[in-house]
Design a protein around this ligand. Structure first.
Ligand SMILES: C[S@@+](CC[C@H](N)C(=O)[O-])C[C@H]1O[C@@H](n2cnc3c(N)ncnc32)[C@H](O)[C@@H]1O
Length: 295
């Protein structure tokens, strides 16, 4: 097992140490057609770990295999792969199981990390290039951006989402989120060119002590809104109460406890899509309007 790497606490909103769009750099990147473009964003910590993004990859493969297969040469961008390209290599191999024709390009804003990744490249299926939120002019079906916006100011989120989704194919989607060092706790938002659609919570249920643990790893768009009176706080508190009430199910294992928790939420009237197969994996996907920040 790789060593755990401790993150510093998440920055509060408006912290001048964390970049807003006005502070983004202007490194140079090259597009598919050789045109030079401006790489939008800033270099941040490159922390990563093998297998850390398995939950989001498994979800992507399950939900978007058909979408990818509808394209002749489907392209997926992994934005901000970090100090090692390992999670991009894993993404390509996991997506290839549902769409063998998929091409994955890892984009990094740090040119040194682009150079470090080259030995792992396997063109045309897997490449590593310099680029930022503008996606170096690429036109992907899917973008995975995990643990990237976490290190930006919250005010950067809307602009980053808009910049990335403007590059997508018309049916394309951005998946942007956060996870812990070992990938046992993860959350991500699915964003289309018209705005956010869903929030997914995913965890290794055997190590989940209570659902509000996800609060530590919420996407940047939500993490500062986990306060009483806000929808995400209401969701996590309701899940905690339901999890507590479902404690007797623990004798059958954490999965049964989680299934009882989700069913109780639905019985209370939460309009959650019926996805028992996904719930069994320790996931819950929620329509964005149920958690969208009110302020
Ligand atoms: C914490 S690492 C995440 C690595 C990997 N995605 C993971 O989740 O394990 C964040 C990486 O994103 C890169 N990054 C930050 N902003 C970026 C941007 N706008 N475009 C491309 N890469 C960016 C940083 O340079 C850093 O290497």
């Amino acid at each position: 097992m790789p060593p755990a790497i401790a993150y510093p606490p998440d920055p509060p909103p408006g912290n001048p140490a964390y970049p807003t769009p006005a502070q983004w750099g202007t490194g140079r990147a090259r597009t598919d057609t050789g045109r030079r473009t401006t790489a939008q964003g800033i270099i941040t910590r490159g922390t990563t770990n093998p297998n850390r993004l398995r939950r989001v990859d498994r979800w992507l493969a399950a939900h978007f295999g058909r979408l990818l297969a509808r394209h002749d040469s489907p392209l997926v961008v992994d934005l901000g792969y970090g100090a090692s390209p390992v999670t991009t290599v894993e993404l390509r191999s996991r997506l290839a199981t549902v769409c063998p024709a998929v091409r994955v390009i890892g984009l990094e804003i740090d040119p040194e990390r682009v150079a470090v990744a080259q030995p792992a490249a396997d063109p045309p299926w897997l490449e590593f290039r310099h680029g930022g939120f503008e996606l170096a002019g690429l036109r992907p079906v899917l973008v995975r951006a995990m643990n990237v916006l976490r290190q930006y100011d919250e005010s950067a989120v809307a602009h980053a989402w808009a910049t990335m989704t403007a590059q997508l194919t018309p049916d394309g989607l951005l998946v942007e989120g956060t996870c812990d060092e070992l990938g046992r706790l993860a959350t991500w938002v699915t964003v289309s060119p018209t705005g956010p659609r869903t929030l997914t919570l995913a965890a290794r249920l055997s190590t989940l002590d209570r659902p509000s643990r996800w609060a530590e790893r919420l996407p940047k768009a939500l993490i500062h809104h986990n306060i009483p009176g806000h929808p995400i706080h209401h969701l996590l508190s309701t899940l905690d109460k339901a999890w507590q009430a479902a404690a007797p199910y623990s004798v059958f294992g954490p999965r049964q406890r989680w299934l009882a928790t989700v069913r109780s939420l639905i019985a209370d009237g939460w309009p959650i899509p019926h996805e028992p197969r996904r719930w069994r994996l320790g996931e819950l996907t929620i329509p964005w309007p149920l958690v969208s920040p009110t302020t």
